[in-house]
Design a protein around this ligand. Structure first.
Ligand SMILES: Nc1ncnc2c1ncn2[C@@H]1O[C@H](COP(=O)(O)OP(=O)(O)O)[C@@H](O)[C@H]1O
Ligand SMILES: [Mg+2]
Length: 305
């Protein structure tokens, strides 16, 4: 079935249990710019909900609503079935919604364990001689990282010396330790190579296995499909596809991301531009499966610069 906004909804049946976080027809306008419109989404414990979409699709706007940075201007936002409207990220955090941003908000020159407790440092001793409980912080950080299967040689090393993937993992372990129920990851693999992306995907799965509801923002359908239980594709601020894993294939997901129909329209426009050989552009069907027997060479190259 489709929504009034034209989204393909493949998951209209009742899902197990109550979602922790839910959006119902939610949207957001910045002045007269409508960044998000009519988006419905449910995040269940122990599941990874992937939010996919090209640049400008509204992914960041969506997570800003859930993480308390922005407020929705239409529809509903519910936590544990109760309508909410957060005015600060602190309120979202108090409800167990933790967000790992791409820039990670770490202090590069501080040791790993110190970053793990940044803003929530443990102290000991009576006032006025309270001081940082360094021993406990180091031990706890070490234990929590190990619990997630993350082994670092030395927690004294500045976090800036870790790879991007390792830093993402520390941020995930940190959110788990501080009691997150929902973990939002904004494009955690965007700047990473293949191997490091794999490591981050592994810890996304680890967080899910510990019962967290994970919202994984990405524009990479392959990464999404490796860990996702549910897929929501945004395009120009509206939901274009919402499907559970068993209702969508990687090929379909890739096709939705690549914008099969948009490509066809673009091809038509380009056919009127001199110097562009539209026969060289992929067909819509090429995005789902390569046509058998195609060699990628065509005869008409006339007019090429
Ligand atoms: N603070 C803002 N003020 C005005 N427009 C914004 C603001 N933030 C985002 N937008 C617009 O909203 C749309 C969606 O942006 P965004 O949510 O950042 O997309 P994505 O994260 O998928 O790239 C874009 O057209 C963007 O220009
Ligand atoms: Mg973004």
């Amino acid at each position: 079935m489709t929504t009034p906004h034209g989204a393909i909804l493949k998951d209209t049946g009742p899902e197990e249990g109550r979602p922790i976080v839910e959006l119902r027809g939610a949207g957001k306008s910045y002045g007269n710019i409508r960044a998000l419109h009519g988006v419905s989404l449910a995040v269940h414990p122990g599941q990874v909900t992937c939010v996919l979409g090209d640049n400008g699709a509204g992914k960041s706007t969506l997570i800003k609503i859930i993480s308390g940075l922005h407020q929705h201007t239409e529809g509903e936002f519910l936590v544990d079935g109760e309508p909410v409207r957060f005015t600060t990220p602190r309120e979202a955090l108090d409800r167990g919604i933790a967000t790992v941003y791409q820039d990670l908000a770490t202090v590069p020159l501080m040791p790993v364990w110190r970053n793990f407790f940044l803003g929530s440092e443990l102290t000991k001793g009576p006032w006025p001689v309270r001081r940082l409980d360094i021993e406990t912080m180091k031990r706890t950080a070490d234990q929590e990282l190990r619990n997630m299967g993350i082994v670092l040689d030395d927690l004294e090393q500045p976090i800036g010396t870790l790879s991007g993937g390792q830093r993402q993992c520390v941020a995930i372990a940190r959110a788990v330790h501080f009691g997150a129920r929902v973990l939002i990851l904004d494009e955690p693999t965007a700047a990473l190579g293949v191997k490091q992306s794999g490591v981050v995907l592994k810890y996304i799965a680890a967080a899910r296995d510990r019962g967290l509801g994970v919202i994984f923002i990405t524009h990479n359908p392959h990464h999404a499909y490796m860990v996702g239980d549910h897929f929501s594709v945004l395009r120009l601020g509206t939901l274009e596809l919402s499907a559970a894993r068993d209702q969508v294939s990687l090929e379909e997901l890739t096709n939705h991301m690549a914008g099969g129909t948009e490509l066809a329209a673009l091809k038509h426009e380009l056919s009127q531009v001199r110097g562009v050989d539209v026969d060289e552009l992929p067909e819509e069907s090429d995005l789902t499966a390569p046509a058998p027997g195609t060699t990628g060479t065509t005869g008409t190259t006339e007019g090429k610069a």
